[in-house]
Design a protein around this ligand. Structure first.
Ligand SMILES: [Zn+2]
Length: 281
C-alpha cells in the first residue's frame, strides 16, 4: 500500500512538473529572476499580411528552383517566438499573438496595460520599391523630419489612418513626453547589440541605425518601447537571409542581449527628454 502511494505521488509530482514547465505561460506567470514584464508584438497577422515577397528556393529533394511566397506576418511571428525563448529565462514574457491571427493596434496596446508590461517590443520587416535597399533599423517614438522614415510610418500606421489626426497628435505628444528618454536608450542598446551579434555570426547585414519615428503602436502602448524593422523583404539577397532560421536566431539573441543591458544599466524610467520619473513596480 505504502509502495503504491509512493509510486502515485511520484507520478503526480511528475505531472505537476510537466504542467508547470510547459503550460504556465500564459495562464500562471512563471517565477523569474526579474520582476520585469516584456510584451513582444509580432507585427500584422490574420488578414493583415504585412509586406509580401517571392523567394526562389532549391528544394532538398530536387535541383529545380521553386518560388515561395513569404509574408511579413509569418517572419515577425517566427522572430517573436525565438525572442521569447531568449528572454523567458530572466523575464516574464507575453506575446500579442501566438499564432496567425489579426490583432488591432488598439488591442495590442491594451494588452500592454493588461499584463502590466515594462517594455513593448514590436517586430516588423521592411519593404520598398528600391530593390537594392537593405539593412536593419530600430525605432523609438519621437518627432523627426526624415522623409525615408515617413515612408515606414505610412506602412506601419496604415491601419489607424481613419481616426482623428488631432486625437492622434495629442496622444503621440503625451506618449513622447512619457517614454522617449527610456525608449531611446532601449533602441540604442538593442540596435547595437543586434548588429554586433549578427556581424559576429558573419551575416553581412547593413546597419541603418536607431532612429526616431512616429509609430502609433508605440504611442498607444504608453510605455518604453521600440519597433524593429529586421531587414528588407524587397531585396532578394536579404530576403533569403531573413527567411533562414539561423539568421533569425542570431537576431533574437542580439535583441535579448540589448534588453538585458537596458535593465542592467538602470531601472526603466518613464520620462521625456526633460526629466525622468522612476517607474513604480
Ligand atoms: Zn510591418
Amino acid at each position: 500500500m505504502m509502495m503504491a502511494l509512493k509510486k502515485y505521488s511520484f507520478l503526480l509530482l511528475l505531472l505537476f512538473f510537466i504542467f508547470f514547465h510547459f503550460y504556465c505561460f500564459p495562464i500562471i506567470p512563471c517565477a523569474k529572476a526579474s520582476a520585469d514584464i516584456i510584451l513582444i508584438d509580432p507585427g500584422h497577422g490574420g488578414h493583415d499580411l504585412g509586406a509580401i515577397a517571392k523567394l526562389n528556393i532549391t528544394a532538398k529533394s530536387s535541383p529545380k528552383k521553386t518560388t515561395i511566397t513569404i509574408l511579413e506576418k509569418d517572419l515577425s511571428l517566427r522572430l517573436a517566438l525565438l525572442l521569447r525563448e531568449e528572454l523567458q529565462e530572466k523575464f516574464t514574457v507575453y506575446l500579442t499573438r501566438l499564432d496567425d491571427r489579426y490583432v488591432s493596434l488598439e488591442d495590442r496596446s491594451s494588452l500592454a496595460d493588461k499584463v502590466k508590461a515594462t517594455l513593448f517590443i514590436s517586430l516588423h520587416f521592411n519593404s520598398t520599391a528600391d530593390h537594392t535597399a537593405q539593412g536593419i533599423e530600430t525605432y523609438y517614438l519621437d518627432n523627426h523630419q526624415d522623409k525615408a522614415v515617413k515612408k515606414v510610418e505610412a506602412i506601419e500606421n496604415a491601419e489607424i489612418s481613419g481616426t482623428s489626426p488631432i486625437v492622434n497628435h495629442i496622444l503621440i505628444d503625451l506618449a513622447i513626453k512619457m517614454t522617449t528618454r527610456a525608449s531611446k536608450d532601449l533602441a540604442m542598446l538593442v540596435h547595437q547589440a543586434s548588429v554586433s551579434k549578427i556581424h559576429q555570426d558573419k551575416y553581412p547585414i547593413k546597419d541603418r541605425g536607431y532612429k526616431p519615428g512616429l509609430l502609433y503602436v508605440l504611442a498607444l502602448s504608453k510605455r518604453p518601447g521600440i519597433l524593429i524593422e529586421g531587414g528588407f523583404m524587397s531585396n532578394s539577397k536579404e530576403l533569403e537571409r531573413i527567411h533562414s532560421d539561423s539568421y533569425l536566431k542570431s537576431y533574437a539573441k542580439g535583441i535579448a542581449v540589448g534588453v538585458k543591458k537596458f535593465f542592467e544599466k538602470k531601472p526603466p524610467v518613464l520620462g521625456g527628454r526633460g526629466g525622468a520619473e522612476k517607474k513604480k513596480h
